[in-house]
Design a binder for this molecule. Structure first.
Ligand code: HEM
Length: 128
């Protein structure tokens, strides 16, 4: 009787731990988002120089979308909470930059782009 209880408890523990055990780093997805990020930073700088705030905002939202996707996948190693925080801050900075596009404030957009680059550097120092 006791044995059946232990088997039952072990089964519950296994079920609860399963998502953590099987959550695997998706390298193809991360590399694809990273290459999009490089392209998008280029597009953002180009559009900003031309004072095309509409195109700038579209590329910023695409960049935020990539960070949102990565927030939902595990890091290659290290702290999941830290991974989520950095991607969350990328999204926040992109949102603020979109707001600055609405105000047609190129300097404020530029300041948020600098934040995005600082977050990239932080992400690479911790996870790459
Ligand atoms: C605008 C922001 C970013 C840009 C432009 C960028 C760019 C890149 C590039 C060019 C690569 C190499 C991809 C390849 O192999 O072709 C890379 C790899 C990587 N980046 Fe980023 N990155 C950004 C943000 C981040 C952030 C925020 C994180 C983490 C929080 C991060 C984590 C990584 C990791 C883990 C790899 C290695 C992928 C692998 O080979 O397994 N990156 N990034």
């Amino acid at each position: 009787m006791k044995k059946r209880f232990y088997v039952f408890v072990a089964l519950i523990v296994l079920l609860l731990a399963a998502p953590q055990l099987f959550a695997q780093y998706n390298r193809d997805l991360v590399v694809s988002v990273m290459r999009d990020n490089v392209r998008l930073l280029g597009e953002i700088n180009k559009a900003l120089q031309a004072e095309d705030f509409y195109a700038t905002a579209l590329s910023l939202m695409e960049l935020a979308g990539g960070s949102r996707t990565l927030q939902q996948t595990p890091p290659p190693g290290g702290s999941r909470a830290e991974w989520n925080r950095i991607h969350g801050e990328m999204i926040d900075a992109a949102f603020r930059a979109v707001g600055a596009c609405g105000a047609k404030d190129a300097a404020a957009v530029q300041a948020e782009v600098a934040n995005l680059i600082a977050l990239r550097n932080e992400g690479h120092s911790k996870f790459r």
